[in-house]
Design a protein around this ligand. Structure first.
Ligand SMILES: Nc1ncnc2c1ncn2[C@@H]1O[C@H](COP(=O)(O)OP(=O)(O)O)[C@@H](O)[C@H]1O
Ligand SMILES: [Mg+2]
Length: 283
């Protein structure tokens, strides 16, 4: 039986959804579309039926959001509710029917991006979580993690800065570059919070697309095989017999001894993925 975060949409039967709901999350320009373009054919080659869906693609609200954004006149709450409408429509008319038919549903962003955007724009975090309480809990959420310094060249050398992706609606007096940096930094901070709360599987998005894809593919393969999730890196367990115990603990990136005391940030030398794994291991 599928679960939702709170009450499901009225009339929605949560049984008989044998497909898998796989979320690809990450900020603007991180490379979600690039990854989905590789994931889809890889899944189809294995004989899987795939639905890919993304924000603003609903029949009901997709065009309306686009038009409203072109006018740059949407209020913050109305923008959030417009996105929630788009999501509810796709959930009911695309995602749930595809899951019932046994599809792998690949979704380019999910409620988390919508929450992060709303919170950065001042929405009450509890309100926005409640607003999306009807969302299905996905089988996995892969978060493509990047820092703002690596993100900027990726955006500059592809489509350039966009009014909304630069958060110009909330930093109108800044130039677009400064606004992009500020807004994306705020969004990335919010994503890190959501990553912990909703147990995202973190993928380092800084390497070349192929390398990112290899990690993502391994994660998706695991979800489809039904294997349980494990931390991305684990430290070898201590050897019980002191006679055969190695003198030196194997140096591996992971929840390392170099990390500070509990509750403190890990030392900068620890690989970011290892830090994510440490968070996972505590869950
Ligand atoms: N891992 C990567 N390394 C370098 N550039 C990348 C990588 N992934 C995507 N890109 C490039 O970054 C730009 C944005 O990628 P895109 O997939 O459209 O992002 P998104 O869908 O997340 O907005 C494109 O020009 C793409 O070729
Ligand atoms: Mg895209």
């Amino acid at each position: 039986m599928r679960e939702t975060y709170a009450a499901p949409l009225p009339g929605m039967n949560l049984g008989e959804m044998s497909g898998k709901l796989i979320v690809i999350e990450g900020t603007d320009g991180v490379g979600r579309s690039t990854q989905i373009r590789m994931l889809r054919p890889w899944l189809e080659q294995q004989g899987r039926a795939v639905l890919d869906t993304a924000i603003k693609r609903s029949e009901l609200a997709g065009k309306g959001i686009q038009q409203a954004k072109e006018g740059h006149t949407l209020g913050r709450i109305t923008l959030s509710l417009f996105y929630a409408t788009d999501f509810a429509d796709r959930l009911e008319h695309e995602i749930v029917p595809a899951l019932r038919a046994g599809f792998v549903v690949l979704t380019d962003r999910y409620i988390y991006s919508l929450m992060a955007r709303a919170i950065v724009r001042g929405a009450d975090p509890r309100w926005i979580r409640n607003a999306y309480g009807f969302a299905l809990k996905p089988d996995a959420t892969f978060y493509l993690r990047i820092g703002v310094d690596d993100l900027i060249p990726r955006v500059v050398f592809s489509r350039g800065f966009d009014y909304w992706e630069s958060g110009m609606d909330i930093h109108p007096s800044e130039d677009m570059y400064d606004s992009f940096r500020k807004y994306q930094t705020e969004l990335l901070t919010e994503f890190e919070r959501l990553a912990k709360e909703y147990s995202f599987e973190v993928i380092d998005a800084t390497p070349d697309p192929r390398t990112v894809f290899e990690h993502l593919r391994a994660g998706v393969a695991r979800v489809l095989s039904g294997e349980p999730r494990e931390p991305l890196f684990s430290v070898s367990a201590p050897v019980p017999d002191p006679e055969i115990a190695p003198k030196k603990v194997l140096e591996m990136p992971g929840p390392a001894k170099s990390a500070g005391p509990p509750g403190e940030e890990a030392a900068p030398s620890v690989h970011p993925l290892a830090r994510a794994a440490e968070g996972d291991a505590k869950k």
